[in-house]
Design a protein around this ligand. Structure first.
Ligand SMILES: [Zn+2]
Length: 151
């Protein structure tokens, strides 16, 4: 949209309507120009969703972030621990193996999940939540493996 066209449409819309600034919530009714008079941020007209369906996407994001955080932080902890102990570990060595795998897996999954957000949004409700559940489950495999192996 051209800048002048955006300005004209914005002014026409706000001439008779109340609308809060998305940044500072200042009422923009009667706005002249394209900048909020309160916070001076530039404003644009956009098409928005009445009710964005973000539940599945956010649920998947939480699962992936939990797996990444668990494996990543414990991986760093064990790396520091091993460096201080000259790489001597009294516990089961196999328990540490899921940590770098989980960090890599969840890191890749996080990138993929964010990249595929539009693809997920186009799915019907059933498949969308089935994919989300699968991603959530995959994200927790390495933290669970670590928990079982460390005993
Ligand atoms: Zn503002």
């Amino acid at each position: 949209m051209e800048a002048d066209e955006n300005r004209e449409l914005l002014e026409r819309l706000l001439a008779t309507s109340d609308a809060p600034c998305p940044s500072c919530e200042y009422n923009l009714r009667g706005l002249k120009g394209q900048h909020c008079p309160e916070c001076n941020q530039r404003l644009v007209l956009r098409v928005g969703l009445a009710e964005p369906r973000l539940g599945a996407f956010v649920t998947g994001l939480v699962g992936i972030a939990a797996g990444l955080g668990f494996c990543g932080l414990l991986g760093i902890y064990f790396l520091v621990y091993l460096i201080h102990r000259n790489f001597q570990f009294a516990g089961p060595g196999a328990a540490i193996v899921p940590l770098p795998i989980g960090t890599t897996l969840c890191g890749g999954l996080l990138w993929w999940w964010i990249d595929r957000r539009g693809w997920l949004g186009r799915k019907e409700r059933g498949p969308r939540w089935a994919i989300t559940a699968a991603v959530f489950a995959v994200s927790l495999v390495c933290p669970l493996a670590f928990t079982v192996l460390i005993r």
